[in-house]
Design a protein around this ligand. Structure first.
Ligand SMILES: [Zn+2]
Length: 342
């Protein structure tokens, strides 16, 4: 009735599965745990993933708690595929990047079976599990040195390419609707940069939500606060958000209460440290910021350098690890106006 990663599931099943990818030199399996829960009737399949970055605990806990707590009785129709740990090699290291190849896994989707370890993992997950689904949520947080205001990001709409077949596959890109139902206070649309790749982070094609959209899945990435630690508030938002989206798609029972519309962020401006020192931000994630407002200070033994916001907007990312070096981001301001990102 449901075909996922080459296995067939009947109605009303729950299965804890393992996707074998390879073997490490210490003869331990390189594998991915995932959970499949099917409803009583056929319907859309929602993929929920986390842990492409190994230090993003709040989002990994949301996904693993959903996998443990939800059962077939909670489902009306369709199915859930939950993958709480995309990158075991990074989790083992308690860092963003994995052991073995030091690659950022959210830059290598849809992966490569002949690539390095992170690319092999991404390829196995993408080809077997992501492509079995119709919609996708990828949970993240900031890296361990920062905290993001909770926000959902949708893929560039022009990259969405509907699936050639699939009864429950989306015919159009409804990623922004998923973001609205998730219920984060902010939402943003990923943009393809017009200018050549002059900076390393201009690359978006390797991100899971973008790769998914290019294969016909409306998709969102959701940023849930701070890296390296658990945030109860963001945990709750993440858990409720996934449930809300699954209810909206008719997969989970219960009526989703539509959350307030998110504020749409159209561009970002990173306020960077002009010199090294100890940075003290004055803003909380999500707080409003005025143009020319003092948003942080960098202190050293002989001077104090004030940082002002060049634009009006919201503090979308705050640096949490206080020591900064020249050029590092202290606060990232999100603007509701279209502009140039930096
Ligand atoms: Zn991440």
């Amino acid at each position: 009735m449901f075909s996922i990663a080459g296995r067939t599931y009947g109605p009303g099943e729950k299965a804890y599965e393992t996707l074998q990818v390879s073997k490490l030199s210490v003869e331990v399996d390189l594998s991915i745990p995932y959970t499949v829960i099917t409803g009583r009737r056929r319907g859309p399949i929602l993929y929920v993933g986390a842990g492409s970055h190994g230090d993003e605990v709040t989002s990994m806990l949301v996904a693993s708690d959903l996998a443990r707590k939800l059962g077939p009785d909670d489902l009306k129709k369709g199915a859930l595929i939950i993958v709480p740990l995309h990158n075991p090699l990074a989790r083992l290291r308690k860092k963003r990047w994995g052991l073995v190849d030091n690659l950022d896994m959210n830059r290598v989707w849809p992966g490569d079976p002949e690539g390095s370890a992170s690319e092999m993992l991404a390829h196995a997950i993408f080809s077997s599990l992501v492509l079995s689904a119709d919609y996708l949520i990828d949970l993240h947080t900031a890296a361990s040195d920062g905290e993001n205001a909770p926000h959902a990001i949708t893929p560039p709409p022009q990259l969405f390419k509907p699936k050639a077949k699939g009864r429950y596959a989306a015919r159009e890109d409804v990623s922004m609707r998923l973001a609205e139902w998730f219920g984060t206070p902010f939402a943003a649309v990923s943009r393809i940069r017009e200018e050549p790749r002059k900076k390393y982070y201009s690359f978006i094609y390797g991100e899971l939500h973008v790769a998914a959209a290019m294969h016909g899945l409306p998709a969102i990435v959701v940023e849930l606060g701070e890296g390296g630690r658990l945030s109860p508030k963001n945990y709750k938002l993440g858990y409720t958000g996934v449930v809300n989206v699954a209810r909206h798609l008719g997969i989970l029972k219960g009526r989703g209460r539509k959350p307030a519309k998110p504020i749409i962020i159209r561009s970002y401006k990173a306020v960077r440290a002009p010199r090294g020192g100890i940075a003290i931000p004055f803003k909380k994630p999500g707080e409003k910021v005025g143009k020319e407002e003092r948003i942080a200070v960098i202190r050293t033994h002989r001077e104090e350098v004030e940082l002002k916001s060049p634009i009006e907007g919201y503090a979308i990312r705050i640096r949490r690890y206080p020591v900064v070096e020249p050029g590092e981001r202290v606060v990232v301001i999100g603007s509701t106006e279209t502009g140039k990102n930096n």
